[in-house]
Write a protein that binds this ligand. Structure first.
Ligand SMILES: Nc1nc2c(ncn2[C@@H]2O[C@H](COP(=O)(O)OP(=O)(O)O)[C@@H](O)[C@H]2O)c(=O)[nH]1
Ligand SMILES: [Mg+2]
Length: 298
């Protein structure tokens, strides 16, 4: 995604941040006062208390040594701190082999839409993608992925309503292994009740993939809706603690001023953000880049 479009999509977050930052420098004179206000601004922007306090403690220390206490320099120091929070180890960057992504998350966060977006993106990168509609809890969910698959011209293995999701994944794995695919992305159910079942189901799907596609890399990405702010964090903590989620897809950043939630998610969970959703259209997605993200919001 081009930088200008990213910036436009993150405008709500940027405007909220800009307004607060400008107020800070317009009204505050003392350096300690300024940093206290920055801390407050970060917390109010959903950066989260612990990350905000850590950033501002470091900022205070830096500014004891630093002679240049101009608005410009303080902003620059702040941006550097924010970037360092987002730089979680990201080991899969150079991965070239076959892989599977299991996409999890509660209903309505944007799983199915994100799957279509990622499939389309990877297809444009020359990858052969297979989709698996294993959200068998609702017939509508299977149909929805099928509609997307047709639209982006990517094959899909479909389950039937109420079919065991692992058996759909099993069929997907068979198709994946007998053909020249690079990437298989599985949609899963996100119903909120019956937490234990949801996690057991996920573990079962992982075992099915392991058994039928030996040596294939399995990623589990959780989709989080940024408009829910700090609540997105609780969703990960309360529903997926036992599974090895290794990536985050953060959606709907176009429709919230709470983009700051990115920082609390990464600093609290220590899981990298892989993709960000920036609208409802198939091209409204970006591979997450911490520097581009920060340059777009401050
Ligand atoms: N504005 C906006 N809407 C999104 C984004 N991602 C998904 N949606 C919308 O969120 C709603 C739920 O999406 P869906 O993919 O069905 O969620 P699922 O239940 O997790 O599979 C749909 O109306 C999507 O169009 C995004 O990045 N931005
Ligand atoms: Mg869905």
């Amino acid at each position: 995604m081009i930088f200008g479009k990213l910036k436009d999509s993150l405008k709500k977050t940027k405007d909220a941040m800009d307004l607060k930052i400008n107020n800070i420098f317009a009204n505050k004179k003392e350096i300690n006062e300024i940093i206290d206000s920055i801390e407050e601004m970060l917390i109010l922007s959903d950066v989260g208390a612990s990350a905000s306090v850590k950033i501002c403690d470091e900022l205070r220390e830096d500014l004891k040594k630093e002679m240049d206490k101009s608005e410009e320099n303080i902003k620059k120091l702040l941006k550097d701190k924010l970037i360092s929070i987002l730089n979680v180890e990201n080991v899969e960057e150079n991965y070239t082999g076959k892989r599977v992504i299991l996409v999890v998350g509660v209903n309505g966060v944007g799983k199915t839409t994100s799957i279509a977006k990622i499939a389309n993106l990877e297809k444009e990168n020359g990858k052969r993608v297979l989709l698996v509609a294993a959200d068998t809890f609702r017939a509508g969910a299977i149909e929805q992925l099928d509609v997307w698959a047709k639209r982006i011209n990517v094959p899909v293995v479909m389950g039937k309503e109420m079919q065991d999701p692992s058996s759909v994944v099993f069929e997907g794995a068979k198709t994946f292994s007998t053909s020249d695919f690079d990437l298989m992305i599985c949609d899963t159910a996100g119903r909120l009740h019956n937490k234990k079942n949801l996690m057991d189901e996920l573990e079962k799907m992982k075992r099915t993939i392991d058994k039928n596609l030996p040596g294939v890399k399995i990623d589990v990405y959780i989709v989080l809706d940024s408009t829910t702010g700090q609540n997105a964090l609780f969703q990960v903590k309360s529903f997926f603690e036992r599974t090895s989620v290794n990536g985050i897809i953060l959606t709907k950043l176009d429709s919230t001023a709470k983009g700051g939630v990115v920082f609390s998610i990464v600093s609290e969970l220590n899981i990298p953000i892989k993709y960000i959703g920036l609208g409802e259209k198939v091209e409204d997605i970006a591979v997450f880049d911490s520097k581009d993200f920060i340059d777009s919001i401050i």
